[in-house]
Write a protein that binds this ligand. Structure first.
Ligand code: SF4
Length: 327
């Protein structure tokens, strides 16, 4: 492991200043991903700024929604009474992520910022444009079973691994950020990026910016929401495909719908056209199947992940059936 400085910040301003003084420095909270990356030599930050003492772990009711502090633990959010009552989709997605031990360490902010689990990214002997820009992509012609079917580029075909982020994308959350230039607010859909020709950048955060909270607006999807995660081991595995599905029903007619997928793109993949295709339709398997067809338009498989072209629509239909109570 490379030597690095360790700084414990007691105030947000001090944390921002400590990051700004050392190019390449990283914030650390739960460390459930960053420490693995450092041990394997994938990342070698010269300084870690420990933000665990910052007062950013509250979950509170605000006018129009819930504000969840970036340092709230995944397990605490999943079990919080307000979250379970008002945002069951988020509680389900958090409970589907990682293992109980990891959920007890991982924070909401860290969950959003975790890096891809593409095996070539973690293997220093292999080319990877995300780890080392310009070196190539080992997955493009390699074993790409876990990789993207939407939004990939010829530079990177990795997927974003967070379950929580898929639910937050579906729920139209917003992220509060503070940094050297002050505070700003990003729509959750604008936090993560597609790889394009800069796959080394996972998000639109500027250097030195810190996520302090996520705001999730009130919604009418509390009664009909389901997070479905298809994975290889129920105990602990990243999604092959996941679906966050939420419906607002008037009788058996769909008044509004939210859909996002995980395990299919470099960012949580929202499906606005499929959502629109559901509005005004009866909540039936036939409607869900038609929306799934719309959702999969533009999907493109690589050598080993063509199974996602079938698994994706089937998972969408099943998640919608579960949300509607048809399953
Ligand atoms: Fe690296 Fe992305 Fe290619 Fe994986 S898919 S090897 S993360 S460039």
């Amino acid at each position: 492991m490379n030597p690095f400085q360790y700084v414990r910040a007691g105030k947000t301003k001090a944390a921002i200043e400590a990051i700004g003084r050392e190019p390449g420095a990283q914030f650390i909270a739960g460390g459930t991903n960053l420490l693995d990356l450092m041990k394997r030599g994938v990342m070698a930050p010269p300084r870690l700024v420990d933000i665990n003492s910052l007062p950013l772990a509250r979950i509170e009711r605000q006018s129009g929604g819930l504000r969840i502090g970036a340092l709230a633990l995944n397990s605490a959010v999943a079990e919080d009474a307000l979250v379970r009552e008002r945002l069951p989709l988020l509680a389900q997605a958090l409970s589907a992520g990682a293992s109980p031990q990891l959920r007890n360490m991982a924070t909401v902010g860290g969950n959003m910022l975790q890096r891809t689990r593409c095996p070539y990214f973690y293997d220093l002997a292999m080319p990877c444009n995300k780890r080392e820009p310009g070196s190539g992509c080992g997955a493009l012609e390699g074993y790409n079973r876990m990789h993207a079917i939407f939004g990939a580029s010829d530079q990177c075909i990795a997927v974003h691994p967070s379950d929580m982020s898929v639910a937050l994308a579906a729920l139209d959350a917003a992220v509060l950020v503070t940094g050297p230039r002050g505070e700003r607010r990003l729509a959750f859909a604008d936090l993560h990026r597609l790889p394009g020709d800069t796959p080394q950048r996972d998000t639109n955060l500027e250097p030195g910016e810190l996520i302090v909270a996520v705001d999730v607006p009130d919604n009418a999807f509390t009664r009909h929401a389901h997070y479905l995660k298809v994975r290889e081991r129920a105990s602990y595995a990243f999604a092959l495909v996941s679906v966050a599905a939420a419906l607002e029903l008037e009788g058996s007619t769909i008044k509004a719908a939210r859909l996002a997928m995980g395990g299919v793109a470099h960012k949580p993949w929202r499906l606005p056209e499929a959502e629109q295709a559901l509005v005004g339709q009866p909540a039936t398997e036939a409607s869900f199947r038609r929306a799934a067809e719309v959702a999969m338009r533009g999907a493109k498989a690589f050598k080993h992940n063509a199974y996602k072209l079938k698994l994706g629509p089937n998972a969408l239909v099943q998640a919608l059936k579960n949300a509607a109570g048809l399953a």
